[in-house]
Design a protein around this ligand. Structure first.
Ligand code: CMC
Length: 434
């Protein structure tokens, strides 16, 4: 077999006329990349790409997105097929290990997750230091980061088995911690996990059951939660995942890395959008006020944006939003809400926005956050919990991406450069002379 000639990209300095050839690397799908690692050594120039609109930060085999076509694949499997045929725990295995599990592998993984769901009792005391009205994401950042103070036996990131135990612990404990933040905000007792329940079912049980009465998780709601978990499980190198990778590149332990991902997710431009969507819909209130808000979203003088619309990568419908819109109907029916005014308002807003040239020209479509909040609210979650549920679901993606990065032999600390635009060197002037 003959070697394919290596592809290159020629870059010419228009001032000096000098050219260099940079290697072009192709993945299995998607745009090829120009490898610029030798650029500075060869030319004395850095690249400038604030917000990383054209920069690949790593090679990854986990998730593929085609934003133009609205395609999302995990390890090659489409999100539509996974939500229809798989379940959250199987998708967690797939993301973490790269293949769908055999029956035996699934049984073992299920056991490993189920037997790690309890958190150290000391964590309960830790919770009590927070105000009851604290935002649950603030508690999540703190408690998940603090797991490093409880599980010393799995902090050696160079030990394969310890990495695996930390990954299992995070996937297993994050629903328990999230449910505790909810219970704490409600002034209700923490509910311990139950090992005979499924992953999503157990989470709902920990959130909504009380010690004083029997509680049976509705299979429809458990399925919808499982679906939400799959849909949010990973999304390649988004802000929070990149945060986890950068934190991990310094060889920080996985618990603090995931905590930094939770912090990044909290922002309204990212995972915080699901809370912001519901707040926006409440503010709009009635269908007749939609044009007023559409006009505000288009007004460059007004910082208001249509929350749950637009995406850095998707320039077509976000496939996750399509699946969630369907789930909305099932959940609302199960909760006995035949016609939900918020859902109807959301659908009308979507209809109007999708026929408006401003949104059409900029390819702004509903994203995953547009419908998830409506489902979560119908299930009984307060809006402050919405981003927490995103964090619960995304933990598996974060830890899979972290694991992939640590296992990369060429791992080096992430360290972007900059274009300095500040003062040149100057002399210090004493305070009396300024
Ligand atoms: N409402 C009104 N205009 C918008 C919106 C919006 N939601 N999103 C983008 N635009 C406009 C923007 O003003 C700009 O217009 P122009 O070209 O005239 O200056 C153009 O569309 C391109 O926007 P951008 O800000 O350059 O796009 P970006 O890739 O930097 O931002 C985004 C992506 C998701 C942050 C942005 O679309 C946004 O703020 N959306 C609302 C928040 C949201 O729903 N976030 C959840 C994202 S999906 C889940 C997740 O990632 O966590």
């Amino acid at each position: 077999m003959t070697d394919q000639p290596k592809k290159t990209f020629t870059l010419t300095n228009d001032q000096t006329g000098e050219s260099i050839k940079l290697p072009v690397e192709e993945g299995t799908m998607g745009p090829a990349t120009i490898d610029i690692r030798t650029l500075y050594a060869q030319t004395g120039h850095f690249t400038l790409d604030p917000s990383f609109t054209a920069t690949g930060s790593c090679k990854s085999r986990i998730t593929y997105i085609d934003g133009e076509e609205g395609v999302l694949l995990h390890r090659g499997y489409s999100i539509e097929e996974l939500t229809e045929k798989s379940n959250a725990l199987e998708v967690a295995y797939l993301l973490l290990y790269g293949e769908l599990p055999s029956k035996e592998e699934m049984k073992e993984f299920d056991h490993n997750i189920t037997t790690h769901t309890l958190v150290h009792e000391q964590v309960h005391h830790f919770f009590r230091g927070f105000r009851r009205d604290a935002h649950p994401m603030a508690i999540m950042v703190a408690v998940v980061g603090a797991l490093a103070a409880f599980y010393h036996d799995s902090l050696d990131i160079w030990d394969v088995r310890q990495r695996e135990i930390s990954a299992h612990r995070l996937i297993a404990k994050i629903p328990t911690i999230a449910a505790m933040t909810y219970k704490y905000s409600q002034g209700q007792p923490f509910v311990y996990p139950k090992n005979d329940l499924g992953y999503a079912e157990n989470f709902l049980h920990m959130c909504f059951s009380l010690p004083v009465e029997d509680y049976k998780v509705s299979p429809v709601l458990a399925e919808a939660m499982d679906r939400i978990m799959i849909l949010h499980a990973d999304h390649e190198q988004n802000a929070s995942t990149s945060t986890v990778r950068i934190a991990g590149s310094s060889q920080a332990n996985p618990f603090t890395c995931i905590s930094s991902g939770i912090a990044s997710l909290w922002g309204p431009a990212h995972g915080g959008a699901n809370q912001a969507v519901l707040e926006m819909l409440a503010e709009i209130g009635t269908k007749d006020r939609i044009p007023e808000f559409i006009a505000r979203a288009k007004d460059k003088e007004d910082p208001f944006r249509l929350m749950g619309f637009g995406h850095r990568v998707y320039k077509n419908i976000d496939p996750r939003a399509t699946v969630l819109k369907d789930s909305c109907h099932d959940v609302l029916k199960e909760m006995g809400v035949e016609s939900d005014p918020t859902f109807e308002l959301a659908m009308e807003l979507e209809r109007i926005a999708l026929t408006d040239p401003y949104f059409i020209d900029r390819k702004l479509f509903p994203n995953v956050d547009f419908y998830s909040g409506i489902i979560l609210r119908a299930m009984g979650f307060p809006t402050e919990m919405f981003t927490v549920l995103f964090a619960v679901s995304r933990t598996v993606g974060w830890i899979s991406q972290w694991k992939e990065m640590i296992e990369e032999p060429s791992l080096r600390i992430g360290r972007p450069r900059q274009l300095y635009t500040g003062e040149t060197e100057r002399k210090y002037v004493g305070i009396g002379k300024r």
